[in-house]
Design a protein around this ligand. Structure first.
Ligand code: AMP
Length: 463
């Protein structure tokens, strides 16, 4: 099937063509026709399947008859509302909306928390037909009378399971109560636990049900493997894998912010261009980290699960679970960052003896064994500093004493955050030069002494 077979308007087909897409993905093939007919849709589709275009294209088409070039805000009421759980997902959806709407007169904007509300109020007051929002900030804007939802014709709940996980149910109910009863509802969710099914029953009217991947399955193009490793040697193994396999862009998941910070610091000392991404970072730091990763200035991005959802990282080839997620479903979301849109990807898990149960839980959910790889013979050899550091635009690493300021003391355990950061990513390979041996022993000894003052004993040993 071709995009042109789906009954889409010429201005939308033009935008699709300009993206270089010729064939719709399965979710697009199945969701676009019923959405164009005005039906409710409940779709089980994980990120990477092309689900954003699957709802954005028909949504825009349904609004086309009301598109206007009038300057009057009254002619541009919010007609379609897309709710997303995180800032970065909202920003990505909005980017798709802008891309596909570029040859139409439809206006759109995106609102999320963590940034100034004033420009968002201004944009909304000028009038937009498509509003992409995270729930909390949208309610703030409604309260301040900047967002009027009384003319919404289409509601999209994107990553509905995540919104419920993040505790947005009360906000969603409040928002839905503000919408006209007569409207089209589209719900997209990677998984369908019972609470989502119940919620869908309340919100959707006789929906067309679409499932493009069986529940809790992962993209077929991802290869999974695991290494059994002592927790104290994980960092060496990770460094070895990144170096020996010449990984140029790798997303590494840890389970806590503390662990992400620590690992990023250690890898940086090992000579990798590395940065950490988690919810204790400021909005600016997070955006910078993502932009650097996207531009190839950062080879290794160490992230907590905040980065596991929604990021569209084109062609990201490697995801490494440095620590397994406590919840097996998060494995799917983590590795969903790779193997997207028909590209192959690799998911590697470093499994310590006390994580065996977690691995089994993941295998049970995936209904497959994750092959255990033998450790590389040189797995634990001291990591050579990487030559890319020499050409990096990053400033040289600070002396170790400086790099453990008081404000980097172990932060409290990661709390669920309601919203993350906006970012869209397209991968560009980092220049990854050859190895250059270096002697870091003095600095290392000093850093161990300093680290021992701040960190729990096991961490000092690990170093
Ligand atoms: P999504 O699941 O919406 O996050 O989309 C994943 C990626 O697939 C995005 O980078 C899209 O730009 C891309 N994409 C969407 N539709 C198509 C298509 N029909 N053909 C190829 N790539 C697509």
């Amino acid at each position: 099937m071709q995009f042109s077979d789906l009954g889409l308007a010429a201005e939308l087909l033009r935008a699709v063509e300009e993206q270089g897409y010729t064939q719709p993905t399965p979710i697009q093939e199945q969701a676009i026709p019923p959405i164009l007919l005005g039906q409710d849709v409940m779709a089980g589709a994980q990120t990477g399947t092309g689900k954003t275009a699957a709802f954005t294209l028909p949504l825009l088409q349904r609004l086309l008859p009301q598109a206007s070039n009038s300057v009057s805000p009254a002619r541009h009421p919010v007609r379609a509302l897309v709710l997303a759980p995180t800032r970065e997902l909202a920003a990505q959806v909005w980017e798709s909306v802008r891309t596909y709407a570029q040859h139409t007169m439809l206006r759109s904007t995106c609102v999320y928390g963590g940034v100034s509300i004033d420009p968002q109020m201004k944009e909304l007051r000028a009038g937009v037909e498509v509003l992409v929002a995270t729930p909390g900030r949208l309610l703030d804007l409604v309260q301040q009378r900047s967002a009027n939802l009384s003319q919404v014709q289409i509601l999209v709940l994107d990553e509905a399971d995540r919104m419920l996980d993040m505790g947005f149910m009360p906000d969603l109910r409040r928002i839905i109560a503000l919408l006209p009863a007569q409207r089209q509802n589209l719900m997209f969710s990677a998984t369908f636990p019972d609470d989502i099914k119940k919620f869908a029953d309340q919100v959707l009217k006789s929906p067309v049900r679409i499932q493009v991947a069986a529940r809790n399955t992962v993209a077929e193009l991802i290869t999974h493997s695991a290494f059994k490793v002592d927790p104290l040697r994980k960092r060496e193994l990770l460094a070895n894998l990144v170096r020996s396999r010449d990984m140029r862009q790798v997303l590494v998941f840890t389970s806590t912010k503390l662990s992400a910070n620590r690992l990023a610091r250690q890898l940086e000392r090992d000579g990798f261009n590395c940065t950490a991404l988690h919810s204790d970072k400021t909005q600016g730091e997070r955006m910078q980290a993502l932009a650097d990763f996207k531009d190839g200035k950062v080879t290794v991005l160490v992230a907590t699960d905040i980065a596991a959802r929604g990021l569209d990282i084109e062609h990201l080839p490697h995801v490494i679970n440095y620590e397994l997620p406590p919840n097996p479903e998060d494995y799917i979301h983590r590795i969903g960052r790779t193997g997207r849109a028909g590209m192959s990807g690799e998911a590697i898990s470093l499994v310590s003896p006390d994580e065996q149960d977690l691995l089994q839980g993941i295998e049970k959910m995936l209904k497959m064994r994750i092959p255990m790889q033998p450790l590389p013979p040189d797995a634990f050899e001291a990591p050579a500093r990487h030559a890319s550091q020499a050409t990096s635009r990053r400033p040289p690493a600070r002396p170790r004493e400086e790099s453990l300021p008081r404000d980097e003391l172990p932060p409290p355990e990661e709390l669920p955050r309601r919203e993350a950061l906006p970012a869209t990513m397209s991968a560009q390979a980092a220049l990854f030069g050859g190895n250059a041996a270096s002697t870091t022993s003095n600095a290392k000894r000093r850093s161990q002494q300093v680290a021992a003052l701040f960190l729990p004993p096991v961490v000092a040993k690990q170093d």
